[in-house]
Design a protein around this ligand. Sequence first.
Ligand code: PLP
Length: 355
Amino acid sequence: MSKVHNFSAGPCILPQEVFKEASEAILNFNDLNLSLIEISHRSKDFVVVMEEARTLVKEVLGVPEGYTVLFLQGGASLGFLKVAYNMMRANKRGGYIVTGAWAKKAVKEANFVGEGKVVATSEDRNFNYIPKNYKSVSDCDYLHITSNNTIFGTQLHEFPDVGVPIVCDMSSDIFSRKVDVSKFDIIYAGAQKNLGPAGTTLYIVKDDVLGKSSVGIPTMLDLNIHASKDSMFNTPPVFAVYASMLNLRWLKANGGMNWIEARNNEKADLLYAEIDRNPLFEGTCDKKDRSKMNVTFVLKDESVGAKFDEIWNASNISGIKGHRSVGGYRASIYNALSIESVQALVGAMKELESN
Ligand SMILES: *Cc1c(COP(=O)(O)O)cnc(C)c1O
């Protein structure tokens, strides 16, 4: 099998070691002669997995005391609703910085519970920058932000400090760089961008915010219930949690956040340098707001598009077609993608230039 350079935006690349170990556990888990997916989630063998996964999140990311880690279901898309239910207080209003399509969806869900107030948006330029000034949030119970905009290729390189609790959708850059978790009240992330397979959603919740909502919360959306049951209120997505745990082991064994942040910076620098150097290409976002996970770029002259497609296909590159709302190309360079894959893409861009 020749190596495919997989730039998929999500679900996406995970380390080969993780795929191998996860597939072995499907056939024979812990030498039980049983599959991981046919044993009780209450069995000792699985409870150990859930506990290791939760502990590794804390260790690898440096989660301080006073936070609970949960592996739930419903994706970040249910998270939009869940965080609104759990964070509404007397104002019944959340402030939203709308930096892309996902943030817009988060506002929509907040409006089912209370009010989602847009305090800033970059929709005027198709979300190709991060708005820096926003309306007061003093009438809001929390501020919701999206750390990385998977579709549009922007990223927050600084987090707001505005005197209200911060809730952050980190679906597409969690575990890609160091973050000071103590600045957030809830961090949540669909696993399938940088953590594991689709099917589980990570929540890192400050214990102080639990049980304080001003609205009634349906049981499955109540983070307090899930926290009180150690993330086992109901049957968890056992395979997705297991594979996420393996991925966190991989991250820890290789050097944790210091290692991965340096590696991700190296990959992003290499690719953006070529986008800026190569006269045929240009980036789609303001340079200071560029994402180190999803690199969006276009050809200045569309007429060489077919030729470029031919070149990157021949280089075993996969998954770089841009999202339909931006066009062009999007190279997602998540944790498990190697520098060699970025070099292959840069090589294809150079080959187009010399053609
Ligand atoms: C992919 C993505 C989502 C949606 O995640 P689901 O798990 O599919 O619901 C939400 N927010 C961001 C930033 C994403 O990248």
